[in-house]
Design a protein around this ligand. Structure first.
Ligand SMILES: [Zn+2]
Length: 263
């Protein structure tokens, strides 16, 4: 059944693109809920395969999926190692050495001003084949309660700082501190080419519970999903380094491979 208003929306969709086309769909499609806003989408904005979030047509269109990623690019029995809150001139090189020793690639979620302060570390991360992730300017874990303008600066200014520090390599992901994502910040990031990045396993290494406790947490919680969170900044990360030294070979023994998160 097609209502008069649906006909009007579908007619506009021919010009306005996919979002308004979705608005013309019956409401039963849970994967693509109807848009209620005005149909002012950029005509060139192509639909993104698999994306369940509905972009705000008033904002820049996502270039990558704006849903929060957890899966691996490779599929299969694989994990994504993600390392947050650096770069740090002491701890990041130690983490890099262990990744190198084990032939593992990871994602480094960097705080913008720290990247700006330690460009040589950022460049080494890139040279070793790891991927960069934007972890904002101020690491404000309550940023989801702040105005859009604040969130935009947190995301985009850090991306610029990281890109400059790396020598032009742009972050491929955006991870909100403490998971404080909003639909707005996810779209702003995705429009800048950065896939929002979540996690499944928090190693709790930040709390320095002891090397054994970090390892037990990871081993136990791996059933939750493939993306594992560690830290190379924010304090003394000796426990993290020691835990990675044990966990990476253990993961291989268990039959895991190492991937990057999907984009
Ligand atoms: Zn963090």
């Amino acid at each position: 059944m097609v209502t008069a208003s649906a006909v009007a929306v579908v007619g506009a969709a021919a010009l306005a693109g996919w979002w308004s086309a979705q608005a013309g769909e019956p409401s039963g499609n849970a994967a693509a809920p109807a848009v209620t806003g005005p149909a002012s989408a950029t005509p060139s904005a192509a639909p993104i395969t698999g994306q369940t979030s509905v972009p705000d047509p008033a904002l820049p269109a996502p270039k990558v999926n704006m849903d929060i990623a957890h899966a691996t690019e490779s599929g299969g029995k694989a994990v994504n190692i993600t390392i947050d809150d650096g770069p740090d001139p002491v701890w990041t090189p130690k983490v890099l050495q262990i990744l190198r020793d084990n032939g593992v690639k990871a994602v480094f979620c960097m705080i913008g001003p720290q990247a700006a302060a330690h460009p040589e570390v950022v460049k080494q991360v890139v040279a070793d084949g790891h991927r960069l992730c934007d972890h904002t300017v101020s690491h404000n874990t309550a940023m989801d309660h702040r105005p859009d303008d604040y969130q935009r600066h947190q995301v985009l200014d850090a991306a610029d700082q990281i890109t400059q520090a790396s020598g032009g390599v742009r972050p491929m992901y955006y991870r909100a501190p403490g998971g404080a994502f909003t639909p707005y910040s996810r779209q702003i990031a995705a429009a800048a080419g950065m896939r929002p990045l979540g996690w499944n396993v928090d190693s709790k290494d930040f709390q320095k519970p002891g090397v054994g406790a970090i390892e037990r947490t990871v081993r136990k919680e791996l059933r939750n999903g493939p993306t594992v969170l560690f830290h190379d900044g924010g304090g003394n990360r000796a426990q993290t380094v020691a835990a990675l030294r044990d966990l990476l070979p253990w993961l291989k023994q268990q039959g895991y491979t190492f991937s990057f998160p999907v984009r």
